[in-house]
Design a protein around this ligand. Structure first.
Ligand code: B12
Length: 440
């Protein structure tokens, strides 16, 4: 049996005016190109659970049209499915099924909308893929593939995680490689369509396993840059410290995503800097109280942190770890004045890097359900707009075109080449020269 693991990859923006604008912004393009070359860790993980008697290949394509680059003797294909390009995935799936190649679909979008996905697949997999993958492969070999494997009510034990098959990659094609150390998040942000949708429970991978994954990457690439594809790495500070020790002395730079509670732990910050953590990405989400209000559904956590945003950024950066702040524009409770608020916040906080996105109602999120209910989705099934840069909802305090225009303008202001350089130079001058020795 020959299995093709196919990732619909690349980055994607629909709005042609926005595409024209971003082309003129080297800072934006550079970040987009860097992340666009990340591999599909989900598929590499499933590859590691695939029996040795199945011949297997891994492919990244940008759109349906690239199917011509895929081998033409595949018996079965497994495609990964971010929402933005799901229509391309369905076209590819339909194309292969017409040729009697079996199609397996799984991932975040399929888990959110199983009935839709099932129309284009011989088999859909819901929830974390590892739960049923060995069985799916055995069933496929016996020609007894079920139409649905539903792992949504189960939680995969990350201590059983296999080492992803990084060896299937031509590592020279990548700027950085990824490791996942945790799934889920204790916070329940209304918009979040990330790992929480397949892992409602926050859980971490044992650090011994992370160490093995890092060693595997280093056997293929001596001095890699590692991006942890986590949603909130340092919820558990004790775990964070153990993780820092995994990277210590490895001569490896790394980056991850977390929340501002990181600023509360000086020992952890010191360890992170000494272990090569160069940047943390933090979802501040907005700089205005009205925008943050009720965004986090459990305890309104995000709004409650606003007063300490400046102090937290300054503290983290003082350890030589730059902060990449993420902001969402178009949140309920914000009007056009919010664009200049965010710009002022970025300037005054001295954030080194910044990412802005437009509020995006991904299927399966509480945000999607709320906006659908309120009749505020422009096209409830236009999944191609789920890019984080396209507007597919009616904002509550501005028009759609006001949101789009102001967003484009803010992008130009934040990513202007001079301003981007100045932010990074300021950080380098103030913080990067400092050295810190390990405690104890
Ligand atoms: C790395 C990454 C990328 C990489 C690689 C994408 C990839 N396919 O893995 C690149 C740069 C290409 C990318 C692009 C985009 N991304 Co991205 N990306 C991520 C990131 C940071 C990590 C993903 C990851 O590696 N997770 C770890 C693996 C192990 O988990 P997983 O992929 O979910 O896989 C598990 C299950 O879902 C399942 N599974 C997944 N696929 C399959 C397939 C089969 C057949 C089966 C059985 C199971 C299965 O099994 C796996 C193991 O349990 C996430 C955020 C995050 N922290 O998760 C955003 C994220 C996935 N990206 C997102 C978005 C919006 C985009 C873009 C649209 C951005 C843009 N404007 O272009 C594009 C989409 C491009 C496209 N082609 O559609 C959203 C997607 C939300 C959604 N529901 O669709 C996320 C969640 C971030 C967010 N802000 O919400 N991204």
């Amino acid at each position: 049996m020959k299995l093709g693991l196919i990732s619909m990859s690349g980055v994607h923006i629909c709005d042609p005016q926005l595409v024209d604008v971003v082309k003129t912004l080297p800072g934006f393009m550079h970040r987009a190109q860097t992340i666009a070359s990340l591999p599909n860790l989900g598929l590499l993980t499933l590859a590691a659970l695939t029996p040795a008697n199945i011949r297997m290949s891994y492919h990244e394509i940008d759109s349906f049209d690239d199917y011509k680059d895929l081998p033409d003797d595949l018996d079965i294909i497994a495609i990964s499915s971010p929402t933005a390009k799901i229509q391309e995935v369905y076209r590819l799936a339909d194309h292969y099924r017409a040729r009697h190649t079996k199609v397996i679909l799984g991932g975040l979008h399929v888990t959110a909308l199983p009935e839709e996905a099932a129309q284009h697949a011989d088999c859909i997999v819901l929830g974390e893929g590892e739960i049923y993958w060995s069985q799916i492969m055995a069933d496929a070999q016996h020609n007894t593939l079920e139409p649905i494997y539903d792992g949504r009510d189960q939680s995969y034990d990350l201590s059983k995680s296999p080492i992803p098959r990084y060896d299937l990659l031509n590592v020279a094609d990548y700027d950085r490689l990824t490791i996942q150390t945790q799934r889920g998040c204790p916070w329940r942000c209304e918009f979040c369509a990330s790992s929480i949708s397949i892992s409602p429970k926050y859980k971490t991978k044992p650090v011994e396993l992370v160490k093995k994954e890092l060693a595997c990457i280093k056997s293929l690439w001596k001095k890699p840059f590692i991006e942890l594809v986590d949603d909130n790495t340092f919820v558990d500070k004790t775990y964070g410290k153990q993780l820092a020790h995994v990277f210590m002395g490895q001569n490896t730079k790394w980056f991850t995503e977390t929340d501002i509670s990181l600023a509360d732990d000086d020992e952890l910050l010191g360890l992170l800097r000494d272990s090569g953590c160069v940047q943390v990405l933090i979802g501040f989400e907005n700089s205005s109280r009205s925008g943050l209000e009720n965004l986090e559904l459990n305890t309104n956590w995000k709004a409650r942190q606003l007063d300490r945003y400046y102090r937290a950024i300054s503290k983290i950066q003082s350890y030589g770890i730059s902060v990449n702040g993420c902001f969402i524009l178009g949140l309920d409770g914000t009007d056009q004045s919010n664009f200049s608020d965010v710009l002022t916040f970025v300037k005054q906080s001295q954030l080194t890097d910044v990412q802005i996105t437009v509020q995006t109602p991904f299927p399966g999120t509480p945000l999607y359900d709320r906006l659908l209910q309120a009749n505020r989705l422009i096209d409830p099934t236009d999944w191609s707009k789920c890019t984080l840069f396209d507007v597919n909802f009616i904002p509550d305090r501005m028009t759609v075109s006001e949101l789009e225009e102001n967003f484009r303008r803010l992008l130009v202001e934040l990513y202007a080449i001079d301003y981007t350089k100045r932010r990074r130079e300021l950080f380098r001058k103030r913080f990067r020269s400092k050295k810190r020795t390990l405690p104890g």
